[in-house]
Design a protein around this ligand. Structure first.
Ligand SMILES: Cc1ncc(COP(=O)(O)O)c(C=O)c1O
Length: 481
């Protein structure tokens, strides 16, 4: 193995086939590291300021599953940010954990989650003394960075570990002008998707561990359970490559990223009909969160227009904003193209090009009919069914308009970013059903809702999707009492 015998086959190109070996003599074994992987992983630990690091070939997903499983006993109690990625929920499900939530503050004007604060964490730990570990996400998908140093101090006072899902922060702490990373700030377990904010291949990630609150042998056991027994050498070579290049050129690469990104934001200040999340303390460099002034156009509309008319593929669209990402992999042309496109779009809106456009989608934050995604991340104070019980339980499909008051039977999320809007066992509010229907109408990628007639059809770009589709007949799986 591999069966391609390191030869090009069909559209598998020779350079990839060349790299794709297995654990043959002289190439070590990730799950039982000899000198080669031990040194490569030490290199990663040195770069980030961790005591020990592990290559991950199953993305941050595998790292989060392993970190949560290692930090808590089965059935333990986790304090977790409500805006965690679905993999954190999957870990809680697999390990039958009891979850207490930290509800992130909300930046109303953009309808995004802010950073969890140290005060919130402190209060929750006082309220629930049997919590065994804390998990937060920082930076968030939109780039909000938490004060990890302060949070780690509070969590450690209780003698428990802090896990930081820093999937979007693999570039942090590596060069001047960027926030420190969570290893440097004192977290016990930190997970980085190398493939998200560094020039590395999809699925590459790192898990870092420091201190003595985590049993390292237990952590390694879970890494073996959740990761493939045939780790891809192509992916591992990509991690090695990115760490080497960053070690050699980090000041140049990140200096350029910072300068280009700041210059782009500066030029975009001329926009009158588009607005951008400003670069301020606590906001990461590289994320461009953009919305229309007064939320005249939905995030999905902006996203579609930029793709269709300017051939720019953004990272994601939400109800009121969309998100572009810039990394050290971008050259000056990327910033120029984005800036020129947005300035042009701004001018076209000002010239009234879409003035007669009747909104099918209701306005975003602040409007009467709220489409606020962050509404899903607020504490409803409702009693919930434990995740494992609800997800394992019997379910039934009901039309969206009849789901209010029932308990979710499946995860529902916008993808990306894969943060659950509804978690199995959560009480579904009437307004949630109305919001989900609006998201479907807006063409957002809602997963976990069965859109009638949607299966089997071609995958269409959202601007070609049927107007209203079968939104009114969409169904959702609820827990069967
Ligand atoms: C905050 C966050 N954590 C974890 C993940 C999972 O990362 P990966 O795709 O590397 O498995 C994602 C993916 O989007 C994410 O956004």
């Amino acid at each position: 193995m591999p069966g391609h015998k390191r030869k090009a086959f069909g559209e598998l190109p020779q350079p990839i086939a060349d790299l794709d070996i297995t654990e043959i003599e002289g190439f070590d074994n990730l799950h039982q590291p000899g000198p080669l992987f031990a040194e490569l992983q030490r290199e990663a630990a040195r770069l980030y300021g961790a005591e020990e690091s592990f290559y991950l070939i199953n993305g941050s997903t595998g790292g989060i599953l392993s970190a949560v499983s290692a930090a808590l006993p089965e059935g333990g109690h986790i304090l977790m940010a409500r805006n965690c990625h679905r993999s954190a929920y999957h870990a809680a499900y697999l390990r039958h954990l009891r979850i207490s939530f930290l509800y992130p503050p909300v930046l109303e004007t953009f309808d995004i989650c802010g950073a969890i604060t140290a005060e919130q964490v402190g209060e929750a730990l006082e309220r629930e003394p049997d919590i065994g570990a804390v998990l937060i996400v920082s930076p968030t998908y939109e780039g909000r960075i938490a004060d990890i140093r302060a949070i780690a101090g509070i969590v450690h006072e209780k003698g428990i570990p802090l896990i930081v899902d820093e999937a979007h922060g693999a570039h942090l702490g590596l060069a001047e002008g960027f926030a420190e990373n969570s290893c440097q700030a004192g977290a016990d377990l930190v997970i980085h998707s190398v493939h998200k904010t560094l020039p590395a291949m999809t699925q590459t990630a790192l898990l870092h561990v420091s201190g003595n609150r985590i049993d390292r042998e237990r952590l390694k056991r879970f890494l073996q359970i959740y990761q493939s027994s045939s780790p891809s050498y192509v992916l591992m070579a990509s991690i090695e490559n990115v760490i080497r290049v960053i070690n050699e050129k980090k000041d140049v690469l990140f200096g350029r990223l910072r300068a280009d990104y700041s210059e782009m934001l500066e030029r975009l200040k001329d926009c009158e009909n588009l607005r951008f999340l400003p670069l301020e303390p606590g906001q990461d460099i590289g994320k461009l969160v953009l919305a229309s002034a007064g939320n005249r156009f939905s995030g999905q509309w902006l996203y579609d227009l930029l793709r269709r008319e300017y051939r720019l593929q953004l990272e994601m669209a939400s109800a009121s904003y969309c998100l572009a990402m810039f990394t050290a992999g971008d050259g000056p042309k990327a910033y120029r193209r984005m800036t020129d496109a947005l300035l042009s779009l701004d001018r076209r809106i000002a010239a009234g090009e879409w003035k007669d456009r009747t909104r099918k989608e209701p306005a975003g934050p602040g409007s009467d009919f709220a489409t606020r995604v962050t509404d899903f991340f607020r504490d409803t104070g409702e009693k919930e069914i434990p995740l494992t019980e609800a997800w394992n339980g019997e379910k039934e499909s009901v039309p969206l308009e009849e789901a209010g008051g029932r308990y979710a039977g499946e995860f529902v999320h916008l993808y990306p970013p894969g943060i659950p809007l509804l978690v199995p066992g959560e009480r579904i509010a009437e307004r949630h059903c109305a919001q989900l229907r609006e998201y479907l109408r807006m063409g957002l990628n809602v997963q976990g809702v069965e859109k009638a007639g949607a299966s089997g059809g071609p995958i269409l770009p959202s601007w070609e999707k049927p107007e209203d589709g079968d939104v009114s007949r969409s169904t959702i799986k609820v827990w069967k009492r």
